[in-house]
Design a protein around this ligand. Sequence first.
Ligand SMILES: Cc1cc2nc3c(=O)[nH]c(=O)nc-3n(C[C@H](O)[C@H](O)[C@H](O)COP(=O)(O)OP(=O)(O)OC[C@H]3O[C@@H](n4cnc5c(N)ncnc54)[C@H](O)[C@@H]3O)c2cc1C
Length: 318
Amino acid sequence: MIVASPSSLYADLDIEAELDAPLATHTWYGVGGRADLLLRPRSVSALGTLARRCHRDGIPLRVLGSGANLLVDDEGVDGVVVRLDQPAFTGVDFNADGQLERMRVHGGASMERLVQECARRGLRGLEQMAGIPASLGGAVRMNAGGKFGAIGDAIDAVAVIGPDGELRVYPRAELHFGYRETNVPVGVIAWASLRVQEDDPIACRERVKEIFAYKKSTQPMSANSAGCMFRNPMMPGGARESAGKLIDLAGLKGARVGGAFVSQEHGNFLAFDSVARQPSGRTDDMRRLVELVQERVQASFGVELETEVVFWRRGGRA
Ligand SMILES: Cc1cc2nc3c(=O)[nH]c(=O)nc-3n(C[C@H](O)[C@H](O)[C@H](O)COP(=O)(O)OP(=O)(O)OC[C@H]3O[C@@H](n4cnc5c(N)ncnc54)[C@H](O)[C@@H]3O)c2cc1C
């Protein structure tokens, strides 16, 4: 949707605006087109008003976290893209509510930095997130995690700015966190309250290092990718199967379309060739590679692979 008079959405608000803003530099894939309108609110109230106006006018509002699980279409995206990189959204309040074991982490805060900082302070409970690039909001929305646990394990409450612009706090008892999914309501995750435990800083640092080393030894962390492309599918027996294993068994490791290829190291990592760390493919190459993998896995095993990576496109759902 083309916004007729974009500045009427934000001109009177404490928001930094960029029209026709490149998005590739904000994503780990490093490809894709531009956002018609990229907005960086400087306060929760400005973001609330913006959310309400977008909802009123039927304008899609998308939230960009650290871009580690996103593929932006070559044609870019319409509506509003919000980035929470202003100080009101990037901080961490340790000792929230006067409790050493509770932190309030804002939506745009870097999980990588938080994991390191917790270990340094001797706070245990977030090591499972070592090596997972994310903002707090993106991690919660995806319930990011893996073999060692997920962000949901540490969540005490989540605060969401809904389409009506109101900030609501959802306590743990109302929330569900499953395999790469959650029932956290639609809206912008403004902050979450996380529970940690005091421990020996050396032991905490060792645990983070161990988990990071495990991840590095099993996944091609340096590729131009977004981690796992597909969700592990549920099999007829009721257990999940590794999507990477099915892709491997279907003989797809190394398969490619244009500059996009299936990693030889891990079948569920779909990456781009890169020259001097710049990807040399296009989103369309990746889209066609995803379809190829889905068709071949379906033909070999009768299993439908669903993408875990979020695709943004014009006219698509926000
Ligand atoms: C090298 C590599 C390794 C990875 N390994 C793992 C892994 O082991 N486990 C795992 O689970 N994931 C992994 N991933 C994927 C990625 O790290 C996670 O999905 C992460 O949670 C994405 O967070 P983000 O901030 O980058 O979100 P983005 O990619 O920016 O966005 C993802 C989704 O979250 C939404 N979102 C972002 N911020 C907010 C917000 N504040 N409020 C509401 N919605 C929001 C976006 O709109 C989008 O729908 C990996 C990615 C890479 C590149």
